[in-house]
Design a protein around this ligand. Structure first.
Ligand code: THU
Length: 135
């Protein structure tokens, strides 16, 4: 089964009663496992979580640490662009050249990379003074 098919399968479990917009995400880890996530909305709207965040959480909970490949799928006119927060989350656990395939249920795909989705990502390398309490 392809990573897009994995994402489509978990999308069926999405809890999106408020937006009606179901999303599925599948991550293949460097360690060689597939981790799945779907969006889970909450009636307190900002408390909802994206499919990508769910897949990352599943990866970390399973004990894997780095992303090798990502697929995201939704039922929309064009491949779904991950939100800004998810771009930052992906950049935390993936190298810039990691491939991200964005897909629609109708079969369209857009292949990009974590680095193209978030050029100039913030990372811990900028925080050299953090432990010193610099303001
Ligand atoms: N959503 C995702 O899960 N991933 C994306 O890449 C884009 C948006 C979700 C969040 C919310 O539950 C719904 O789609 C509408 O924004």
């Amino acid at each position: 089964m392809s990573l897009i098919q994995d994402a489509a399968r978990v999308r069926e479990n999405a809890h999106a009663p408020y937006s009606g917009f179901k999303v599925g995400a599948a991550i293949r880890s460097v360690e060689g496992h597939v981790h799945l996530g779907c969006n889970v909305e909450n009636v307190a709207y900002p408390e909802g979580t994206c499919a990508e965040a769910g897949a990352i959480a599943a990866m970390i909970a399973a004990g894997d640490r780095r992303i090798a490949e990502v697929a995201v799928i939704a039922d929309c006119p064009a491949p779904v662009p991950p939100c800004g927060g998810c771009r930052q989350k992906l950049a935390e656990f993936a190298d810039a050249d990691v491939v991200v395939t964005l897909a629609t249920m109708a079969g369209a795909t857009l292949t990009t990379t974590v680095g193209a989705l978030l050029p100039g990502a913030f990372d811990a390398g900028f925080m050299v003074n953090a432990a010193k309490g610099a303001s």
